[in-house]
Design a protein around this ligand. Structure first.
Ligand SMILES: *[C@@H]1O[C@H](CO)[C@@H](O)[C@H](O)[C@H]1NC(C)=O
Ligand SMILES: [Ca+2]
Length: 169
């Protein structure tokens, strides 16, 4: 009797996890069909179709159910490079908006979720940050510059790097 109960339990647990997996696979397929790319363990990425200013980029990413990239990029510099390789379009002076700004206090960079950007979060290009007047937003430059960072005016036109959490485990 006990054995039968145990077997039934195992059977139902297996069924449930199968259903959960099927559900998230459908979700992932829909994302991929919409041009999102899975990069790294948890997130999907997609660029805005046009070059836009930072706030417009955020609007577009949010309308797609994401935001300008923060969490996945913060996790590891290699994710930054992988995302760049998958999505960067060039030319080299047109980078990708990433979710770090120093709009509040000049020189004090923060992620969009309010966490301070550590030095290790800021692999600058040589001679950057230049802090020219109003360079409060950050772009990821292209392969030519090893996907390093540049501070630039938030009004500049760049591709928004949108990020969406896919696997929340
Ligand atoms: C950003 O661009 C949008 C439209 O492309 C424009 O309406 C808006 O004023 C711009 N924002 C800033 C802060 O320049
Ligand atoms: Ca700069």
């Amino acid at each position: 009797m006990l054995l039968v109960l145990q077997l039934l339990c195992i059977f139902f647990v297996a069924l449930r996890s199968e259903a959960a997996r099927g559900g998230s696979q459908e979700k992932v397929r829909a994302l991929l069909d919409n041009g999102w790319k899975l990069v790294g363990p948890k997130h999907a990425y997609k660029l805005t179709l046009d070059e836009v200013n930072f706030s417009r980029g955020r609007q577009i990413c949010q309308s797609w159910g994401g935001d300008i990239a923060v969490e996945g990029i913060r996790t590891s510099p290699n994710i930054r490079r992988k995302v760049g390789r998958h999505l960067y379009r060039g030319p080299e002076w047109i980078g990708l908006w990433v979710g770090i700004t120093d709009t509040d206090v000049e020189g004090s960079f923060k992620w969009l979720d309010g966490k301070p950007a550590l030095n290790s979060d800021l692999p600058w290009s040589p001679n950057e940050p230049s802090h020219s007047t109003g360079e409060d937003c950050i772009e990821i430059w292209g392969a030519e510059r090893d996907f390093t960072l540049n501070d630039v005016s938030c009004n500049a036109l760049r591709y928004g790097l949108c990020e969406k959490l896919v696997y929340d485990d």
